[in-house]
Design a protein around this ligand. Structure first.
Ligand code: ARG
Length: 460
């Protein structure tokens, strides 16, 4: 069946039909198409196109079709152009001529926008639920090693010591912002497009407020041409997905490094690693590498749609059908990656002795020493020079911070007098960082408790 054809004498080529068909991917929108069509049938009754009886017949038939559509056979052998065409064909098979009225004053251009908005509203919530579960797993992992000290990095060079929970809470904050981005993306999708017609507004006086209430939309679109031309709401979703994936990818990269033989800070569970077909000793972090790899794909989805849209004249163009595959692809990869990251996080075993030893071997305490000197009145630039010299001297003599005694330090520079030596222990210096957002032990304990509450509030 086709929803058009009267003005054609010839048949479409089989190649064109196959080329333009979207059913094999837009079939995911079937529930949304049914829900939208049921609401539209109610609207058609109100403007006098359908009788109460016809409306009831249509709504009921669509309900039965919804149940049937759960079975994969439902779509078997269908050669319809798209999901909208398929649904009308199925409706016609059930209700006969009355189905011919369902498309009165409606265009597929607004229908496809409606379906995607309905689908996206749910999918944003789905992503948020998975995100919350991951954030809770990260908090569990933080609490499991709440006193562990690790070196923090800049330029992948050891910089300053931080608490393990402080490090994990950095990712918590990224995911917390992501969650807000999902609310935002959902809000952008939550606008009723129905009533816009093909581009000029419907020729029937639908009560759009009532349609919005019926479908649970927060607001109503204000320009019919904008509706037909707009895919910003899909881009917003893809941007949120790409940013969340980017955060996951950085976490994956960190952990791939931290679990390497050279670092040996942590171990991933057997359940999330794989071996080599050739090298018997290997335990590879494939789950994390795949998360990192899939991030590239999702960024590709965002890029693909932006490039598709950038040169399109107003309003609808068939190019826009190319929005759905990147959208579904990004959503699937995102949900899968969030689930995977959670399972990996639950499997992690930290080796706090190794991380502490790593911090003790380098000069992550240098800033603590310089700041202690500054606190005792030495101008910071001078303090920086003194500690720099101490580091240089240590490197020359193969000395680690802990190899220095208090007396030796005092001898090296009189400014060190007065108990600076205790700061040679990486766990000590961080005690001066109790500032809000810092890695001081009390500040981190509070941040962790707050994070628990915040993630509970996020639960949707
Ligand atoms: N399948 C189309 C899409 O996804 C919607 C149908 C509108 N088609 C059209 N020729 N106006 O964008």
């Amino acid at each position: 069946m086709k929803l058009w054809g009267g003005r054609f004498e010839g048949q479409p080529s089989e190649v064109f039909e196959r080329f333009s068909r979207s059913l094999y991917f837009d079939r995911r929108l079937i529930d949304a198409d049914i829900r939208g069509s049921q609401a539209f049938a109610r609207a058609l009754e109100k403007v006098g196109i359908l009788s109460a009886e016809e409306r009831a017949q249509i709504v009921e038939a669509l309900e039965k079709i919804k149940a049937e559509a759960q079975q994969p056979e439902f779509f078997e052998g269908s050669t319809d152009e798209d999901v909208h065409t398929l649904l009308i064909r199925k409706l016609k098979e059930r209700t006969g001529a009355v189905a011919d009225k369902i498309h009165t004053g409606r265009s597929r251009n607004e229908q496809v926008s409606l379906d995607m908005r309905l689908w996206l509203r749910d999918e944003c919530r789905h992503a948020q639920t998975k995100l919350c579960a991951l954030m809770e797993a990260l908090l569990d992992l933080a609490e499991a090693y709440s006193n562990a000290v690790i070196p923090g990095y800049t330029h992948l060079r050891q910089a300053q010591a931080v608490l393990w929970p402080h490090y994990l809470l950095a990712y918590f904050e990224m995911f917390h912002r992501d969650c807000a981005r999902w609310d935002d993306a959902r809000g952008r999708a939550n606008v009723l497009p129905l009533g816009s017609g093909a581009l000029a507004g419907s020729g029937f006086p639908f009560d759009r407020e009532a349609m919005a209430r019926d479908l649970g939309f927060e607001s109503i679109s204000r320009n019919s041409m904008d509706v037909s031309a707009d895919r910003d709401f899909v881009l917003d979703f893809l941007y949120a997905a790409a940013t969340t994936m980017l955060h996951l990818s950085r976490l994956a990269e960190d952990w791939i490094i931290y679990t390497s033989e050279e670092f040996g800070w942590m171990e991933l569970g057997d359940a999330v690693t794989s071996g080599s077909s050739l090298m018997p000793q290997k335990k590879n972090p494939d789950s994390l590498e795949l998360i990192r790899g899939k991030c590239g794909r999702v960024i590709g989805c965002l890029t693909a749609l932006m490039v598709t849209m950038k040169g399109l004249p107003l309003t609808y163009n068939r190019d826009m059908q190319e929005d759905k595959e990147p959208l579904f692809e990004a959503a699937d990869q995102l949900i899968g990656s969030l689930e995977m990251a959670r399972v990996v996080a639950l499997s992690v075993k930290l080796n706090p002795e190794r991380t502490r030893a790593a911090a003790a071997e380098s000069w992550v305490v240098a800033t603590d020493l310089a700041e202690a000197l500054a606190r005792s009145g030495v101008p910071f630039h001078q303090a920086h020079q003194i500690v720099g010299k101490l580091v240089l001297e240590s490197l020359k003599r193969g000395k680690k911070p802990e190899d220095w005694t208090a007396a030796e330090l005092d001898k090296f520079a009189p400014e060190f007098r007065g108990g600076t030596a205790r700061l040679l222990d990486p766990a000590e210096g961080m005690k001066s960082r109790e500032i809000l957002g810092g890695t001081g032990p009390q500040a981190v304990a509070k941040a962790l408790t707050d994070a628990r509450k915040r993630v509970q509030q996020m639960r949707v």
